[in-house]
Design a protein around this ligand. Sequence first.
Ligand SMILES: [Zn+2]
Length: 293
Amino acid sequence: MVSLLTSATACAETAPAPLVRNDKIDIEYREPRHPIFAYYTDPDDPAQTADHEVNVKTYKRYTAIMERLKSRQVLEEFSQFLAPVKLPIALKLRAQQCGEVNAFYDPSDSSINLCYEFVADIEDRAPRAATPEGITRDEVIIGQIVGTLLHEGGHAISNLLRLPVLGREEDTADQIAAFVMLQFGRAVARTLIKGETYGWNQRQRTQSRFWGPHSTALQRQHTFLCLAYGSDPEGFEDFVAKFRWLPKARAENCATEYKQIQHAFRETIVPHLDLTLVDKVRKRPWLRSTDVK
Ligand SMILES: [Zn+2]
């Protein structure tokens, strides 16, 4: 199987489906900054030179990540989810070096930012071989990048459409991300949900701050699993019965949880969508056959 992020050659084999345009969405892949411009002032200082060499390696890695994201048109593909939204002002989708492992929506310039550091971190954590549940490295990478972008897209939509938010906005953003993942058929849903939920499971030790604005990593994992199971119990039965990632006690109510989100989505977001474009986007094969197991 060829990965979303390692398929430069596969791009040549498969002509990408034409993009649905939204003139209010701008895309930018910002070049990482070469460390020589940042601070490297004294080549005779061995400590500075050693640091510099490490930073040059990092620079090369981020440049390679940028090239892979570009060649796989990750931001362009992601823009398809947002293309039907009647945006009141321009929204920027940006990939960049941030100085931290992160992805975020910035309301000060209406931008969704995917940091090269974040992509590198996902690549570093992804399993080399398939897990006992059959989750592949590629699914982990694709699921987490798409899941994260959709989550930030949820923040962008809440902000730009001035949506009323009851509950925490971080939970709303997760619910929007999960709901959208589930609208493109079972194969796409399984690929994304598997990758995203594996990622949350992996982060349970580092992202479990009870005082934070986000739910804990394990709660987030179960939000995605529950909505997936609620939308398609047959398609996600293995996560309950076989792998036991989703306890039966929660699973029983997941259809209701899914319907609640669906209702909220229809009431708050759908009125802001161009439904002809929604149709076009849904027909677009946005994960290639090689990306989906
Ligand atoms: Zn968030």
